[in-house]
Write a protein that binds this ligand. Structure first.
Ligand SMILES: O=C(O)c1cc(=O)[nH]c(=O)n1[C@@H]1O[C@H](COP(=O)(O)O)[C@@H](O)[C@H]1O
Length: 232
C-alpha cells in the first residue's frame, strides 16, 4: 500500500459469521474495509461499530438514492456509526446531494460523503437502455461535477475516468474505484476494469476490491500481493 493508494476490502459476505475469519487476519494498517448492502442488511449496525472499534477505516457502502429528506436522515444515521466514508447516488440530483452533505455538516469528525457516478458494472449499451446518450466518461464527469458543486468529498467511478475527474474537479476530490482486477482475475459482472498497479499509477486514493481477495484460496496473501504490486 502506498501513502496515496489504499485498498478497501469489499466484505461481500452473507453474514458476520462468514466475514469474521478474514477480518481477524487483517490489520487497519494494510487495508480499509467496505461494508455493503448484503452484509449490512444481515449483520447490522453493531457489526459496523465493532469494525470501527477495532480501528479500521470503514466505508459504509449503502448507496442511498431517495428524496432529499430521507437521504439526509439516512446519511446522518450512517455517520453516527463512526464510519470513515459513506456514499449516495449522484443521480439523486443536486438537492439530494446537498442534503447528504448537510447531514454531517455539524459533526466534529464527519465521514467523507461521496457520490456514485456510473456503476462500474455498466457499459455504454447499459446507459443507452436507461436513456443516457452521452459516453460513460462524459456522464461520469457530469455527475462528478454535480457532486463537487454540491460540496461532496469525492466520487465512486471506474479507474478509466479517474484522470479526467482529477483534471475537472481537482486533486483534493477523492476518487474511489471499484472494478479493480489483478491480471488473470475473473471479471465477473464488472465491465470498466483496471489492474491495481495501473490504478495506483493514476494516484487513485481508494481501490475497492472484493472477490479477487475474498474468493482467493488465501485472501490475506492475495491482499498482500496486491499491496506489493502498488509499490512495485
Ligand atoms: O460503491 C461501490 O462500492 C461500488 C460502486 C460501483 O460502481 N461498482 C462496484 O462494484 N461497487 C462495489 O464494489 C465492490 C466490488 O467488488 P468486486 O467486484 O468483488 O471486486 C462491490 O461490493 C460493489 O458493490
Amino acid at each position: 500500500m502506498t501513502a496515496q493508494t489504499t485498498v478497501f476490502v469489499a466484505l461481500d459476505y452473507a453474514d458476520a459469521q462468514s466475514a469474521w475469519p478474514l477480518i481477524d487476519k487483517l490489520s487497519p494498517q494494510e487495508c480499509g474495509l467496505k461494508v455493503g448492502k448484503e452484509l449490512f442488511t444481515s449483520a447490522g449496525p453493531d457489526f459496523v461499530r465493532e469494525l470501527v472499534k477495532r480501528d479500521f477505516k470503514v466505508f459504509l457502502d449503502l448507496k442511498f438514492h431517495d428524496i432529499p429528506t430521507t437521504v439526509k436522515k439516512a446519511v446522518r444515521a450512517a455517520a453516527e456509526l463512526g464510519v470513515w466514508m459513506v456514499n449516495v447516488h449522484a443521480s439523486g440530483g443536486k438537492r439530494m446531494l446537498e442534503a447528504a452533505r448537510e447531514a454531517v455538516a455539524d459533526m466534529q469528525n464527519p465521514p467523507l460523503v461521496i457520490a456514485v457516478t456510473v456503476l462500474t458494472s455498466m457499459t455504454e449499451d447499459d446507459l443507452r437502455e436507461i436513456g443516457i446518450r452521452s459516453s460513460a466518461e462524459q456522464h461520469v464527469l457530469h455527475l462528478a461535477q454535480l457532486a463537487k458543486s454540491a460540496g461532496l468529498d469525492g466520487v465512486v467511478c471506474s479507474a478509466w475516468e479517474a484522470q479526467a475527474i482529477a483534471d475537472a474537479c481537482g486533486h483534493d476530490f477523492i476518487r474511489v474505484t471499484p472494478g479493480i482486477r489483478p491480471v488473470g482475475a475473473e471479471q465477473g459482472d464488472q465491465r470498466r476494469i483496471m489492474t491495481p498497479p495501473e490504478a495506483a499509477a493514476l494516484g487513485i486514493e481508494v481501490l475497492v476490491i472484493g472477490r479477487p481477495i475474498t474468493q482467493a484460496k488465501d485472501p490475506v496473501a492475495a491482499l498482500h500481493a496486491i499491496n506489493q504490486s502498488l509499490t512495485a
